[in-house]
Design a binder for this molecule. Structure first.
Ligand SMILES: [Zn+2]
Length: 233
């Protein structure tokens, strides 16, 4: 009985089957088998709106680790992180993101901030997946994660059916910088982290208010980049 419970616990903590194809995973920390892991497609381009946002001063750098592709292993991987309490997936994806950013930017950033969920949403899900991605980035950069700096004051709902302009309007004024954290971010170079970036509306709004509050450079980064019109998990 004890062995049964212990096995169940270990399987929960360290899943031994691939979240995409259910085959055995050799290295449990990866959550994907070697075959599915190879199918993750690195995102090596600039976000389509990056130069516009750099030139208008909202951000300084933007990055994503992987392409979001429907029906590919990235989809069940993000789904497991978001809905199956597999927080370790977030740390793993954050590690991948951090490794990609570090060669160029290792000593340039002071803080990592996750994009917050609305309080009600976080209560329902019990955790913010982006905090775990932030932790993965932080392990590579060796700088702290600040979880309670930003607050999502307005519930913005799902944005999957909205176009670029509607998304921008939808998130406008939806975040605030907490008074207590204002001094902690002043002049600091920040990596702002989310799970998926599409039009960038949400994360750019966060970047905008951080700059307004006096932050230094802002890098916006995500585990995955999805083209608009794709129904993300
Ligand atoms: Zn697999």
């Amino acid at each position: 009985m004890i062995k049964y419970i212990l096995n169940g616990f270990l399987n929960f903590v360290l899943p031994d089957s691939c979240v995409s194809c259910q085959n055995i995973v050799q290295d449990s920390g990866n959550y994907l088998c070697a075959k599915c892991y190879k199918e993750l497609e690195p995102y090596n381009e600039n976000h389509p709106w990056q130069s516009e946002q750099v030139s208008n001063g909202t951000i300084d750098i933007s990055f994503s680790a992987f392409w979001f592709r429907e029906g590919k292993p990235i989809q069940p991987l993000l789904h497991a992180m978001k809905y199956s309490k597999m927080k370790g997936v977030g740390v793993m994806l954050g590690g991948e993101l951090g490794k990609k950013l570090a060669p160029q930017f290792k000593n340039e950033f002071d803080l990592i901030l996750p994009v917050p969920l609305h309080k009600g949403k976080q209560r329902e899900r019990t955790y913010n997946q982006s905090e775990f991605i932030a932790r993965g980035v932080s392990e590579i950069f060796n700088v702290p994660v600040l979880n309670d700096c930003l607050t999502r004051t307005r519930f913005t709902g799902t944005q999957t059916k909205l176009n670029k302009a509607e998304r921008k309007e939808n998130v406008s004024g939806a975040f605030t910088v907490n008074q207590k954290s204002a001094s902690a971010i002043r002049g600091k170079n920040i990596i702002l982290v989310d799970d998926v970036i599409t039009t960038g509306a949400t994360i750019l709004e966060c970047a905008r208010i951080l700059k307004q509050a006096g932050s230094g450079k802002i890098c916006i980064a995500s585990a995955a980049y999805a083209e608009l019109k794709i129904n993300v998990v």
